[in-house]
Design a protein. Sequence first.
Length: 196
Amino acid sequence: MNIIRYMHTTVALGLALLLPLVAHAFPIAAPGTEGLKVIVGNSNPIIATYQGNSAMYSNDLYLVQGDGDVFIFNNHSSAVGSQVNLGSFPVGTELVFRLHVNNTGYDYFTGPASRNPDQHVHARVQENWQPKETLVSFEDLYNGPFNYNDLSFSFTNTVTTPPPPPTGGVPEPAVASLFLIGLAASGVAARSKRRR
C-alpha cells in the first residue's frame, strides 16, 4: 500500500511541476528565419506584444534609435500579452531591436550576425506568424545554444522583405522610354516648323 501511495504522490508531484510549464508555453519563431530583418510594412503604428520567455537571465528589449534606445519589455517583469505602441515609421525602414542581458552585460541585435559580439545570429524573425504579425525570438547566451527561447515578442505592420515602391514612384522603363521618344519627336517637329 505504501508503494502505491508513493507512486501516486510521485505522479502528482510530477504533474504539479509540469503544469506551470504547459500553462506558460509561448511561441518561438520557426527555424530557417534566423538573421532576417524587421521592416516597416505600412504607415500604421507598430504595436509590440510580449509573448513570453524561458530565460534564467534577466533581459531588456529595446528599439534602437539614434537619439537613444527605447525600452520595450523585460522578460521577467513584463506580463505576457502586454503591449507597447512604438509609433509609425516610414515604409521600408528597418527596425533594429537590441536584447540587453542584464546578468552578462552583452547586447544582441536582430538582423545579421555581424551585429553581435560573438558573430552569431541571435534572433529569428518569422513574418505572418499570425495574420499581419511578425514574431521575433531571441537567444541570450554568448555562442548559443541557439534555441531562441529566451524572449519572444511580436509586431504588427512589419515584414521581413522590403515592400515594393508605391505606385507613381519610379516609372517603368517602357513608360520612361515612350516619354523620351515623345519628347524627342516634339523637338524634331518644332525644328521642322522653324525651318519653313
